[in-house]
Design a binder for this molecule. Structure first.
Ligand code: ZN
Length: 313
């Protein structure tokens, strides 16, 4: 945990958000978004995905985006890598943290990446092996995102034992840390507490973060539940940008602005300036015209007399 923060927020709008928008955001707007959020105090940004550029025009500029983000002092630059090829490109570009995702649900995995979870695990092993050949100074953190942990739109309920088994196998394979994602917005607070506790029993402190969607309105309730079982890192996206092609009606990730407001209200320091953060929404509305942005705080403003969490409190 960096100094002056009680909770780490990772902005994922540029990856999770943009992979689900119809329009391609201009490269300059992406750079402006990254710089403005970093200036507002966001410590980690997942800036792009190293998916095959031919299939995903949104991420054609991935190398240039990483090159820009890594010039910002103190910013942890995270990227998504779908396979070994993506990991090679991401490391060449200089990313600090690589996230590889695996669906616990077999059907979601097949629909999403045309591979079974077991095949994904094998691909992850290849990435680990490759990373070990990279000189220590350039070697990124290798993070695993388990998706469809709390349920799947194709399979329905997902077994906690499957989640635990896969989490243990990924850490065993060489993952530095692991997050749990409610990819389709099925999670509820009781389930969140139960599953996080169960996975922590398997992999201890390597269980690092939570990734919630607000599809059914429970995003922030799930954050509070995760806080109660000592989770201290969350993914979110500005304006709640994002969704999932396999989750009809999905309204996207937990909204970064609302998440910061919640945490600061609870006395937990995020290191993020709320007014500065809300101002960044303008970049999104200007560069993605017609795209729906979410968020209560941006609409209503902070309560009169609201004071963020203080380190001397
Ligand atoms: Zn997501």
């Amino acid at each position: 945990m960096s100094e002056g923060r009680d909770v780490e927020i990772s902005e994922v709008g540029l990856r999770d958000g943009l992979q689900n928008t119809d329009k391609v955001m201009p490269t300059e707007a992406k750079k402006g978004w990254i710089s403005a959020e970093a200036a507002a105090g966001v410590g980690e940004i997942e800036v792009c995905s190293f998916v095959p550029p031919k299939l995903f025009p949104q991420f054609l500029d991935a190398g240039e985006i990483v090159a820009h983000a890594t010039t910002i002092p103190g910013l942890a630059v995270a990227v998504l890598v779908p396979n070994l090829k993506g990991a090679e490109r991401a490391i060449a570009a200089g990313a600090h943290k690589l996230t590889f995702t695996i669906s616990v649900s077999r059907s979601h995995s097949l629909a999403n990446v045309r591979r079974e979870p077991g095949e994904q695990l094998e691909e992850f092993r290849r990435i680990v092996e490759y990373c070990r050949t990279v000189p220590a100074g350039r070697r990124p953190i290798l993070s695993v995102g388990l998706s469809t942990v709390f349920g799947c739109t194709i399979e329905g309920p997902v077994k906690e034992s499957d989640v635990c088994r896969l989490a243990a196998a990924l850490i065993e394979a060489g993952g530095d840390d692991l997050s749990l994602a409610d990819t389709v917005g099925y999670a509820n607070p009781a389930q969140v507490k139960r599953v996080f506790k169960a996975v922590r029993r398997e992999i201890g402190a390597k269980l690092s973060a939570a990734h919630f969607h607000n599809t059914r309105g429970l995003g922030l309730a799930n954050v509070v539940a995760a806080l109660e079982v000592d989770v201290r890192a969350f993914d979110s996206s500005l304006g709640g940008l994002g969704g999932c092609p396999f989750a009809p009606g999905a309204s996207g990730n937990v909204v970064t602005e609302d998440l910061v407001f919640l945490l600061e209200s609870l006395g937990l320091r995020t290191g993020i300036d709320l007014d500065q953060l809300i101002a960044v929404r303008r970049i999104l509305s200007e560069s993605l015209p017609g795209e729906q942005l979410y968020g209560h705080l941006a609409l209503a403003g902070a309560p009169k007399g609201f004071a963020p969490a203080r380190c001397d409190a």
